[in-house]
Design a protein around this ligand. Structure first.
Ligand code: IDP
Length: 161
């Protein structure tokens, strides 16, 4: 018997990743995707879009009173971003660890922010910080019919039988 059925909820944990406008401008989209692919996560949704204040006010609801919020909005609307949904075991915590500290200046080498960025105001990526937030954020950025359920052919070599 399989330890994880193909319908196993823990293998279908999902998170929202945004490749922010600085990273699109700096042509880092492929580098970011490559890291999550190589780790073993499955891409189940992806689109390039120009964000507006409406979606960002929802996405960054908890930050709306912060002094840096206007500059965060300007940054996030400065050009297109790539929104992605990644799926896999422990994907929320793992992607946060792979993304690194919010403040790029403190982010460890080997993390995306630690390898590709210098400052908290241009920190390349977003990744949801809890399963609950991931669920909400995916709903802000994607319609359910934009997510694709598919089976990785190498699944047993990723998770064991
Ligand atoms: P997170 O992106 O690591 O989850 P949050 O605290 O939720 O961190 O902040 C959201 C985003 O707001 C950060 O990724 C960064 O782009 C921006 N931000 C956070 N703190 C500052 C700041 O002190 N100055 C400028 N921008 C900030």
């Amino acid at each position: 018997p399989r330890r994880h059925g193909s319908d196993s909820a823990e293998l279908q944990e999902k998170t929202l990743v945004l490749v922010k406008p600085d990273a699109v401008q700096r042509r880092l989209v492929g580098d970011v995707i490559k890291r999550f692919e190589r780790r073993g996560f499955k891409l189940v949704g992806m689109k390039l879009l120009q964000a507006n204040h409406g979606i960002l006010d929802k996405h960054y609801h908890q930050l709306r009173q912060k002094p840096f919020y206007p500059s965060l909005l300007a940054y996030m609307t400065s050009g297109p971003l790539v929104a992605m949904v990644w799926e896999g075991y422990n994907v929320v915590r793992s992607t946060r660890a792979m993304v690194g500290d919010t403040n790029s200046a403190e982010a460890k080498p080997g993390t995306i922010r630690g390898d590709f960025s210098m400052h908290v105001s241009r920190n390349v990526v977003h990744a949801s910080d809890s399963v609950e937030m991931a669920h909400k954020e995916i709903g802000f950025w994607f319609h359910s019919d934009e997510l694709v359920a598919w089976e990785c052919s190498d699944r047993d070599y990723t998770y064991g039988p």
